[in-house]
Design a protein. Sequence first.
Length: 155
Amino acid sequence: MKFHWGWGIASVYILFVAVFLVILFYSFGQDNSLVVDDYYQQDIHYQEHIDRRTNYERMAGQVTHVYDADAARLTLIFPEGMDDIQGECHFYRPSSARQDYRVPLRPDTTHVRVIPVRRLIPGRWRVKLEWASGGKSYYHEEPLLITASSPSTAQ
């Protein structure tokens, strides 16, 4: 049997269909979720977000956080003078919206909130704090790197 142009055209079509099917099946396995579900609604209220960030930058003290990998907890320390704090802490995972985690902010009388982070997988996170105190709203965001606990402390 001789190889002629008819076999060449058939080979090109078969190769094209095979590559197309591989790309198609690969694309179904990709996560194409939006960063947030209500993107347009948040865009409308973005000036309020800017105002909350400005309020945080102008406040007397700053919120500090201490991550303890061995105890798997994040400690948030709010400045003195913020008494009636109501809000939430949003653990945002840039690589997957399905892993996001929200916790209400309820600091104790010493202005400290301890949050267990055992359920967070190791990797890059953003801690987004949004709260109100004294009639003002605040917003602050910090990066957080969750590390795997050592085998001697994991139970």
